[in-house]
Write a protein that binds this ligand. Structure first.
Ligand code: GLP
Length: 240
């Protein structure tokens, strides 16, 4: 894993884009693994700026990490809506080539199986990741097996509280989600984990210096042959 420490959030987004842009330039029909949360927003702004300068996403496909149970297309807090509003509607990607787990499926287990089948057939050239304050990646909470594939997750109390900022109240945050598993994430040819801000400092420390263990799901990326952790100074503060 290559550790890249940058000054601030702006530099983190630009550094991430440098890696993503190289993939997109090398392969017009690249397959991207995308993430939600506030951290990748700067990267998405850079990707939109790249499009405005002539980079095309017409042949690109994408697979998102996760979705809340019960939410999807048309729901303001769904990860599908987040992706449409913050990236897809601003670039020339074919929306039918963008994939987010089907949180609205009445049979979540079957939604997991079909997402998993798609992932098996579509290896991501690059996987973007944020990190939870407890070290989670996607919605793989501490304790999740490194061999896990797409599954239904019971969100930890911690995560529900963290994500309440996107809802009117914590009681509105769904308690379950569909998430790519850690094995799916690790199948990508390259993995880029972003961490920004002081509240991620402990998770970054555990990811870099701790034991490689399901106790800190993000630590798994140290075992990937082509992975990056891009952290701003605040998130990297405990590493000095
Ligand atoms: C959610 C998402 C994760 C994301 C995390 C951190 O739990 N499922 O994929 O990494 O939030 O979000 P933020 O980037 O807003 O700190």
């Amino acid at each position: 894993m290559e550790l890249i420490i940058v000054e601030d959030y702006d530099a983190l987004s630009k550094e991430g884009y440098r890696i993503v842009e190289a993939v997109l330039k090398a392969k017009q029909d690249a397959c991207l693994g995308l993430a939600t949360g506030s951290t990748p927003l700067g990267l998405y702004k850079e990707m939109i700026a790249g499009y405005k300068k002539g980079l095309s996403y017409k042949k690109v496909t994408s697979y998102n990490l996760d979705e809340y149970a019960g939410l999807g297309e048309g729901d303001s807090q769904s990860y599908r809506t987040f992706m449409n509003e913050n990236l897809f509607s601003h670039i020339d990607i074919d929306i039918s080539n963008t994939h987010v787990p089907d949180g609205k499926n009445a049979n979540l287990e079957s939604a997991c199986r079909s997402y998993n089948d798609m992932l098996a057939k579509n290896v991501r050239d690059i996987q973007i990741l944020g990190i939870g304050v407890n070290g989670h990646i996607a919605f793989n909470e501490p304790g999740t097996d490194f061999e896990s594939v797409t599954h239904v997750v019971e969100l930890s109390e911690d995560t529900v509280l963290q994500n309440a900022r996107f809802f009117d109240s914590a009681s509105e945050v769904p308690k379950r989600a569909i998430s790519m598993g850690i094995a799916n994430i690790m199948e990508a040819k390259a993995v880029v984990l972003f961490a920004s801000g002081p509240n991620k400092a402990q998770a970054v420390y555990d990811t870099v210096k701790g034991e490689i263990s399901p106790r800190c799901p993000a630590s798994v990326i140290r075992t990937h042959a082509h992975s990056y952790l891009i952290a701003d100074k605040a998130a990297a503060a405990l590493l000095q």
